[in-house]
Design a protein around this ligand. Structure first.
Ligand SMILES: O=C(O)[C@@H](CO)OP(=O)(O)O
Length: 338
């Protein structure tokens, strides 16, 4: 079960899955207290001012999430733009073979473990009622596997199709010649800018052995500080320069046009994006931990990102109560599929 936890003393929070997960490095102490998933009022003043009832009452617009076949719920691109509302799902990849071995991975391209595959499928179940129009992944296989496995669970059953624009030939050779087939597809765009932070000379080293050798504090600084890079690697700040820039340049315009977006990426590239979305300070981001395979939902509305936390299940009431659009989308899926 996912939970978001405030760290009272630091005023920041962690997002984690199983308490005993090997990838969850967060130690919860007595100063931490749980809050309802997705209601991070303290760190999200924009969302903190709203309660669910108020939001239900205020969201009387027509749906922006509807690309399913019923004509009664289709909206034009123009009205989507006007409404300016879209879902944003972030997923850290499932456990990789090097997570399992406790090795620094960074930009080394290793696949998921069996547990990672299961985590990705579970993540997919949790978001199976949330609309997805575009998928962004890093160029690394663990993020791409996660996105594809998660989408096998989506109730809408659109087909994720990797966009190949790396050369003109690749672009031409991967064309789809049916408008109907295109409509039933979800473009998947892979970019190295969403890759894990490049871990430099730590890549391939065992995390425990490195801590034994250089000291726990030094290794924690390399792993979690904002601006201290590991030897010949990227600091979180350097990672943010490419990942957040990509998010702002490529992904925000899609959200602004009403497209619902899923991003499958990595612990640190997502930490940098969440730092931007939640306006965390460089001190607060130190305590931000993401477990493997836990989806997190934001609503983009009127230029703001409103954190909705992690859907614990495909029908979690809180998620759907939040916007009329999401509730309608889910209802239409129920009607279509039942
Ligand atoms: O090894 C890595 O690439 C990352 C993510 O698994 O590790 P860390 O938790 O140290 O940032």
């Amino acid at each position: 079960m996912a939970a978001a936890v405030f760290h009272q003393s630091l005023g920041s929070f962690v997002i984690h899955g199983q308490a005993n997960s090997t990838t969850n490095l967060t130690k919860l102490n007595s100063k931490c207290f749980k809050v309802e998933v997705g209601v991070l009022r303290k760190k999200s003043p924009r969302s903190g001012n709203m309660n669910i009832k108020a939001i239900q009452a205020s969201s009387s617009q027509t749906s922006v999430f509807d690309h399913i076949s019923s004509p009664s719920i289709n909206t034009t691109e123009e009205s989507q733009k006007k409404q300016n509302e879209a879902a944003l799902i972030l997923i850290r990849h499932g456990e990789s073979l090097w997570n399992e071995k406790n090795l620094f991975t960074g930009c080394v391209d290793v696949p998921l473990t069996k547990k990672g595959v299961e985590e990705a499928i579970e993540a997919g179940k949790r978001i199976s009622n949330i609309p997805v129009d575009m998928i962004y992944t890093s160029s690394l296989i663990r993020a791409q596997m996660t996105a594809m496995l998660a989408m096998t669970q989506h109730r809408r059953k659109k087909v994720p199709v990797i966009v190949h624009n790396e050369t003109e030939q690749a672009r031409v050779w991967s064309q789809i010649y049916s408008e109907e087939t295109k409509k039933q597809s979800i473009p998947v765009i892979a970019s190295w800018r969403l890759n894990e932070r490049m871990y430099g000379e730590l890549q391939g080293l065992n995390k425990q052995e490195t801590a034994d050798r250089y000291g726990k504090e030094q290794v924690h600084e390399w792993r979690r500080s904002y601006d201290i890079p590991p030897p010949n690697g990227e600091s979180l700040e350097m990672c943010a320069e490419r990942a957040v820039a990509y998010f702002k340049d490529q992904i925000v315009p899609q959200l602004q046009s009403g497209k619902n977006v899923m991003i499958a990426a990595h612990g640190n590239s997502l930490r940098s994006i969440i730092m931007y979305l939640d306006k965390l300070t460089s001190q607060e981001v130190i305590s931000l931990e993401l477990s493997t395979g836990i989806p997190m939902l934001y609503i983009f509305k009127e230029g703001n990102f409103i954190r909705r936390g992690s859907p614990a299940g495909p029908s979690e009431a809180g998620v759907y109560a939040y916007t009329r659009s999401l509730a309608l989308y889910r209802q239409k899926l129920d009607e279509m599929l039942n």
